[in-house]
Design a protein around this ligand. Structure first.
Ligand SMILES: Nc1nc2c(ncn2[C@@H]2O[C@H](COP(=O)(O)OP(=O)(O)OP(=O)(O)O)[C@@H](O)[C@H]2O)c(=O)[nH]1
Length: 356
């Protein structure tokens, strides 16, 4: 199987890979977009487990950039503990900082109560120790959101990508496609945004440049485009079919119904598909992101989230709100426009960047 994630969470079902295979991903010399089509029967063994986390740089470098990306969110939180006394003022300030980071009332109260208990039980008197305790509580809260993103269980793996306008769907699809290609996975994209000609064209041009087949229709039904893409992916033995959809607000009920239809029709094209039903959310939207997660999850039964634009936002605490209220796994977080700015979500790294 092909997993984008950490060795610790992946159960290898093939022999371990050589360290060289775990090296940072080099840009592929020739894009591996269209390797010879594999017969479906051959597809399962092609699966491989390898730490393919898209890390074209050292872990330290990623941590530095994650810290920089999350600096607006962390600014209020991490300074609280410097030389602080453990008293009600500290708890009040922590409460305000968590709320300002858009962690929401539920997660904020949960963290404060748990922290106060821990301070009392362990008789903590030192601010640094309290900060360490808070970090541990946050990691515990966020850890259920971690989930390895695995390919290779299906041929093709069909992914449906939804979200509000401008959340970063198309950009994220491009980044993911490149990571997958770099690992020899063939990718086919469906331009399911049939509303905006520009969006379709953007994807077509991107596909041409990157040797990725894009299934598109001049006009018409996004469900039909999605169905065609699945059929085409099956016929060509493509490893991954990614279906882009037009941006929409959860309050636009007819458009949410349309998404449900697209999902049903994809299922008619291939049993059990889509295998991944993803929501891309803009980290800048804070508590509104939670509303989006609930609405899209209710409509589509999401399998995962991708949270973009955590760089430059003070609202990164929204992950805590999601963990408390609607813990849909977070496959990736985005902290910029470059391909390496999209990385697997790791609760420990995230908390370290916030409070480290
Ligand atoms: N700073 C930053 N910008 C991002 C990130 N991810 C995406 N963007 C930018 O966000 C903008 C919108 O991205 P798109 O991929 O076009 O969003 P979309 O959801 O496909 O938009 P619609 O097709 O209008 O629904 C682009 O300018 C991207 O470069 C990120 O992690 N950080």
């Amino acid at each position: 199987m092909f997993s984008f994630f950490k060795k610790k969470t992946v159960t290898p079902d093939v022999p371990p890979v050589a360290p060289a295979d775990l090296a940072p991903i080099p840009a592929p010399a020739a894009p591996a977009s269209n390797p010879a089509p594999a017969a479906v029967a051959d597809a399962v063994p092609l699966a491989f487990d390898v730490e393919t986390a898209p890390r074209p740089e050292s872990k330290q470098s990623w941590m530095n950039r994650l810290k920089a990306g999350l600096s607006k969110t962390s600014a209020n939180l991490s300074l609280l503990f410097v030389g602080a006394r453990i008293d009600d003022d500290l708890y009040d300030e922590l409460e305000a900082a968590l709320l300002m980071s858009d962690a929401g009332i539920d997660a904020t109260e949960y963290l404060l109560d748990a922290l106060k208990r821990k301070v009392k039980d362990d008789k903590l008197t030192d601010a640094a120790a309290v900060k360490v305790a808070l970090k541990a509580l946050m990691v515990d809260l966020l850890r259920p959101l971690e989930k390895p993103f695995v390919l290779g269980r299906h041929q093709p793996t069909v992914m449906m990508i939804s979200g509000v306008n401008g959340a970063g769907k198309t950009t994220t699809i491009g980044k993911l496609a490149k990571h997958m290609q770099a690992h020899g996975q063939s990718v086919l994209l469906a331009a399911g945004d049939t509303f905006r000609a520009a969006a379709r064209e953007q994807l077509m041009i991107w596909g041409q440049r990157n040797n990725v087949t894009v299934v598109s229709q001049e006009s018409g039904d996004p469900a039909a485009v999605s169905y065609d893409a699945v059929q085409s992916g099956k016929a060509k033995g493509t490893n991954v079919v990614m279906i882009d959809t037009a941006g929409r607000l959860p309050t636009q009920l007819h458009l949410m119904n349309e998404l449900q239809k697209i999902k049903r029709v994809i299922g008619k094209g291939m049993d059990q598909a889509p295998h991944e039903t993803l929501l891309v959310i803009d980290g800048n939207t804070g508590q509104n992101a939670l509303t989006q997660v609930k609405a899209f999850d209710d409509a589509l039964q999401l399998t995962g989230l991708i949270i973009t634009k955590l760089d430059g936002t003070a609202k990164g605490g929204v992950l805590a709100a999601i963990a408390r209220v609607r813990p849909v796994p977070v496959y990736f977080i985005g902290i910029g426009e470059k391909i390496e700015d999209l990385q697997p979500f790791d609760a420990e790294e995230f908390v370290e960047a916030l409070l480290g």
